[in-house]
Ligand binder design. Structure first.
Ligand code: XUL
Ligand code: CO
Length: 441
C-alpha cells in the first residue's frame, strides 16, 4: 500500500501545552473529559473531502499549486481510488473520526447519469471498506449541484424543469449512498440557488421550486427510511450574487413557509455568516435560540476580504463563543465540526494539511475550555439576568402575560415617570472575556 503522507509516520498525539512539536496537539486531548463528555465527543471533528483532498490551489489568476502525490493518474477512476486511499490515511493519522463529501468529490462523472452512478457505486464500496477498517464514520453526505454547466442557472431553482429533474435524480442517489455509508446527516447547501441579476429572475417562482425540491427530498427520505438529519447550510452570496439561503434567519423563514421545520436543522458555516454581515456566533446564537442548530462548518474569513476565503479557524475567541452556543444547545447530536476549510495557495505541501487541522483542533479545544469555564461561572447568564431583571418582576411579567394594554402602560408611565437607565457595560464584558481567554491552559 503506498504511503501518501510519509512526513507523518504515526498518529498525531496530544503532548500538552508545553510541547514545541508542531505535529502534536497542545490542547486537543481527545479523551479528556469536560462537562461530562470527552473532547472527542464534544467536537465530532470531520475532515471535508473537497478542499482537503481535491483542492488544487488554483485561483482566477493562476493554476494549481498543491503537491498531492496521490493525484498522479490521468485515469479518473484510478485517481479517485488513490485519493480515497490518501484521504483515509490522512484522517487516521490526524485522529479525526468523521468525514464529509459531495458525490462528485469521490467519483467522476461519466457520459450519462447511469455511468456516473456506476462510478459512484464503485467508490462507495471502497469507502465502506475504508470506514470499516479505520472506524471513521460519515458525518454527512451531499450532492454537488453547482459545478456542472447544466447547473449554471441553478439546480432546483432553474428556469428549466429538466434541470430540476436532473438535480432530483442526483440528490436521490446521493441520499441513497449516504444511507449506505451510515451517514448521520445529509446537507443541502444552495450551490447556485440564487440569481446573478433580478432582471431575468422570477424570484417567487424560484422559491416555490426550492420549497418543492426539499419537500420531495423529505418524501424520499421517508421512503428509503434514511434516519440521518437533514441540514440546510445558509450562505448569502457566492457563487451567485444573491443566494436564497441567505443566513440562518432567512432560512428559518423559508423552512416555516414551506412546512419543513420538522425535517431540517441548520449547518452553520463561520465564513458564510460573516459574508452575510454577521459574526459566526450571531448565526449560531440565532439557530440555537430557535432550536435549529444542528451542525457546523468550521472555518473563518479574512476581515479585509469580502469573499469566502474558507481559512482554517484559529481564533480563540471565535472558537470559544462558538463552543459556548454549541454546549448551550445541548451539544452535537448528529452534527459535528466539519472543517470546510482550505489551506492557502502557498501552503502547497501535504504536511500543511496537518498543520492546518492540528492548529484548528487546538483552537477549538481552547475554545471549549473557555466556554466550559464561562458556563461554570454563569458569566453571560449573570450578566443577562441583571440586564433583563425587570422582565422577571411584576411589570415585565404583566406585559408578557398579556395583562397590560397600551392604555395600562401609559398609566404606568404617567405614574412612575422617566425609566431608570443602566450601563450596558460592554467594555467591562470585553475586558472580563479577555481574562478568560488569557488564563486558560
Ligand atoms: C460552499 C460550501 C459547501 C458546502 C457543501 O461555500 O460551504 O462546500 O459546505 O456543499
Ligand atoms: Co460549507
Amino acid at each position: 500500500m503506498p504511503e501518501f503522507f510519509p512526513e507523518v509516520k504515526k498518529p498525531i498525539k496530544y503532548e500538552g501545552p508545553k510541547s514545541k512539536n508542531p505535529l502534536a496537539f497542545k490542547h486537543y486531548n481527545p479523551k479528556q473529559k469536560i462537562l461530562g463528555k470527552t473532547m472527542e465527543q464534544h467536537f465530532r471533528f470531520a475532515v471535508c473531502y473537497w478542499h482537503t483532498f481535491k483542492g488544487t490551489g488554483a485561483d482566477p489568476f493562476g493554476s494549481a499549486t498543491m503537491v498531492r502525490p496521490y493525484a498522479a493518474s490521468s485515469d479518473p477512476l484510478a485517481l479517485a481510488e488513490a485519493t480515497m486511499e490518501a484521504a483515509f490515511e490522512f484522517m487516521s493519522k490526524l485522529g479525526v473520526k468523521f468525514w464529509t463529501f459531495h458525490d462528485r468529490d469521490i467519483a467522476p462523472e461519466g457520459e450519462n447519469l447511469t455511468e456516473t452512478n456506476k462510478n459512484l457505486d464503485h467508490m462507495i464500496k471502497i469507502a465502506a471498506k475504508k470506514q470499516k477498517e479505520t472506524g471513521i464514520s460519515l458525518l454527512w453526505g451531499t450532492a454537488n449541484l453547482f459545478s456542472h454547466p447544466r447547473y449554471m442557472a441553478g439546480a432546483s431553482t432553474n428556469p428549466n424543469p429538466a434541470v430540476f429533474a436532473h438535480a432530483a435524480a442526483q440528490v436521490k442517489k446521493a441520499m441513497e449512498v449516504t444511507k449506505e455509508l451510515g451517514g448521520e446527516g445529509y446537507t443541502f447547501w444552495g450551490g447556485r440557488e440564487g440569481y446573478d441579476t433580478l432582471l431575468n429572475t422570477d424570484l417567487a417562482r424560484e422559491a416555490d421550486q426550492l420549497g418543492k425540491f426539499l419537500n420531495l427530498a423529505v418524501d424520499y427520505k421517508k421512503a428509503i427510511r434514511f434516519k440521518g438529519q437533514f441540514y440546510i447550510e445558509p450562505k448569502p452570496k457566492e457563487p451567485t450574487k444573491h443566494q436564497y439561503d441567505f443566513d440562518a434567519q432567512s432560512c428559518h423563514a423559508f423552512l416555516q413557509k414551506y412546512g419543513l421545520m420538522d425535517h431540517f436543522k441548520m449547518n452553520i458555516e463561520a465564513n458564510h455568516a460573516t459574508l452575510a454581515g454577521h459574526s459566526f456566533h450571531h448565526d449560531l446564537a440565532y439557530a440555537s435560540a430557535n432550536g435549529i442548530l444542528g451542525s457546523v462548518d468550521a472555518n473563518r474569513g479574512d476581515r479585509l476580504l469580502g469573499w469566502d476565503t474558507d481559512q482554517f479557524p484559529m481564533d480563540f475567541q471565535e472558537c470559544a463563543l462558538a463552543m459556548y452556543y454549541i454546549i448551550k444547545m445541548g451539544g452535537f447530536k448528529t452534527g459535528g465540526l466539519n472543517f470546510d476549510a482550505k489551506v492557502r495557495r502557498q501552503s502547497y505541501e501535504p504536511v500543511d494539511l496537518f498543520y492546518a487541522h492540528i492548529g484548528s483542533m487546538d483552537a477549538f479545544a481552547v475554545g471549549l475550555k473557555v466556554a466550559a469555564k464561562l458556563l461554570k461561572d454563569k458569566f453571560f447568564e449573570k450578566l443577562l439576568k441583571q440586564r433583563y431583571g425587570g422582565w422577571d418582576k411584576a411589570l415585565g411579567k404583566d406585559i408578557l402575560s398579556g395583562k397590560m394594554s397600551f392604555k395600562d402602560l401609559e398609566a404606568y408611565t404617567m405614574k412612575n415617570g422617566e425609566p431608570k437607565t443602566q450601563s450596558g457595560r460592554q467594555e467591562l464584558t470585553e475586558l472580563l472575556l479577555n481574562e478568560y481567554l488569557t488564563t486558560i491552559s
